[in-house]
Design a protein around this ligand. Structure first.
Ligand code: FAD
Length: 410
């Protein structure tokens, strides 16, 4: 590789991991990590969980400043890349500075999907960054009325955290149940019961017709003519990948920056990884997916680093995601959106796992819920079965008396 070095755009989970992985892989050239946020790269998952337990959320950095220094990683914060000049192999920053690159990694993540109705409201907030979390956390006072628009993972974690701070919480969900695209109904039901049991009001099938600030906060009007008054409204209706840079540079974008299984774009000098990219997953017949998941961002950062150095390794990991709400932890391995499900119960304290089988009997996903780590080990084993493309005997999957480890050995 030439002496222009590797430049990484996006100093989040994926970008920071990639920078360290380059050094761990023995790369001795320049590494520049550019991030639009003002903070050192930090973990996002705590923002909707422990981070909300105090007025001023702490920040869990991925590494101390000294680690970047000793790895000779040039960290440029509060710096936004505004264009990629592919012919010159350089980047332009918002202040006009030009940065040359030999290899480029786009790890630009995602941003919240905006709700047009909420555009003018000062009381409607979104949660993606540490600064967003700070704005929300200071407003979670005991007795405050909080409306959460969207019963997705972030909204639900925030609902649990807001209850923990003594707020009155209402979740507005457009669909007839929670997390309709992400988890099976059985799990959604457990979560809905947990929220209701903890005093959260959930309105299903809620369509919003207007959002307006008034003297006592914000008023949300629903399709059935009813209105709700709140002090704070947090919108959690999903995220969209940050693909604008790639798009303007003429790279293919299809629900994320398009990369091949080695995370390379159609430009051999440009890779993309983490929440911003869509990639083919070989264990699902090459289906193109985009994941918004912490472990995926880490793994892809590491993989992209090696591949920028010429390793040509394919991304073959089984997707994995977790969410914490109250004392419950939900874990999902694989893509849980196809096939029939087999349930394994009697795992203690109400914990259970649903196994998802494709038409040919292959295990394609497992989703489980329970207190603390109740399902962690079995989800890990299921992940290994999925990676092996196992076709397990249905009765054995359903029987909690049969250890999943024995299926793995078979
Ligand atoms: P990001 O972390 O979004 O980082 C991208 C960075 O790039 C950002 O800092 C952005 O400012 C910067 N950037 C973008 N464009 C530019 C530009 N042009 N110039 C310079 N910088 C730029 N996942 C789980 O598996 N489990 C969880 O429980 C969980 N909880 C979560 C809770 C919250 C509140 C959030 C927001 C996410 C959660 N996630 C969770 C998802 C996980 O955090 C993400 O998948 C992960 O952060 C993605 O990492 P990334 O580096 O791809 O993107």
């Amino acid at each position: 590789m030439g002496d222009r070095g590797v430049v990484i755009v996006g100093a989040g989970e994926c970008g920071a991991r990639a920078a360290f992985a380059l050094r761990e892989e023995g790369y001795a050239g320049c590494i520049t990590l550019i991030g639009a946020e003002r903070h050192m790269p930090y973990e996002r998952p705590p923002l909707s969980k422990d981070g909300m337990s105090a007025d001023a959320p702490g920040i869990k950095t991925i590494a101390e400043a000294s680690r970047y220094e000793s790895a000779a990683i040039r960290l440029m914060l509060s710096a936004e890349v505004v264009s990629i000049e592919r012919a010159e192999k350089s980047l332009v920053l918002g202040d006009g500075t030009t940065i040359p690159y030999e290899m480029l990694l786009l790890a630009t993540g995602a941003r919240p999907r905006l709700l047009p109705l909420a555009e003018k409201s000062r009381h409607c907030l979104y949660l993606r960054t540490h600064d967003d979390a700070g704005l929300i956390a200071t407003r979670l006072k005991p007795g405050s009325r909080v409306i959460i628009v969207g019963g997705g993972f972030i909204g639900l974690e925030l609902a649990a955290a807001a209850r923990g701070r003594g707020c009155e919480v209402t979740v507005l969900e457009a669909m007839p149940r929670l997390l309709s695209r992400a988890v099976p109904e059985e799990i959604a039901t457990v979560l809905a019961e947990a929220h209701r049991g903890n005093g959260v009001d959930i309105l299903f099938g809620a369509s919003l017709t207007a959002i307006e600030d008034n003297d006592s906060g914000v008023e949300v009007r629903l399709g059935d003519g009813s209105t709700l008054q709140a002090d704070l409204c947090v919108i959690g209706i999903g995220a969209i990948p940050n693909t604008d840079l790639a798009d303007r540079a003429g790279l293919a974008v299809e629900n994320g920056i398009c990369v091949d299984e080695t995370l390379r774009t159609e430009d051999p000098a440009i890779f993309a990884a983490g929440d911003c990219c869509s990639f083919p997953l070989s264990i699902y017949a090459g289906r193109r997916v985009r994941l918004e998941a912490w472990r995926n961002a880490q793994e892809q950062g590491t993989l992209a680093a090696g591949n920028m150095l010429g390793r040509h390794a394919a991304h073959i990991s089984v997707p994995w995601f977790w969410s914490d709400q109250y004392d419950l932890t939900l874990q999902i391995a694989g893509l849980a959106d196809e096939g029939k499900t087999i349930i394994r119960r009697e795992m203690g304290d109400g914990a259970f796992i649903l196994f998802h089988l494709a038409d040919d009997g292959r295990l394609v996903a497992a989703s489980g819920i329970g207190q603390g780590n109740a399902v962690a080990r079995d989800i890990r084993l299921a992940e290994m079965l999925i990676a092996r493309r196992a076709v397990p005997v249905v009765d054995k999957l359903a029987d909690a008396g049969i250890k999943l480890k024995s299926l793995l050995a078979a």
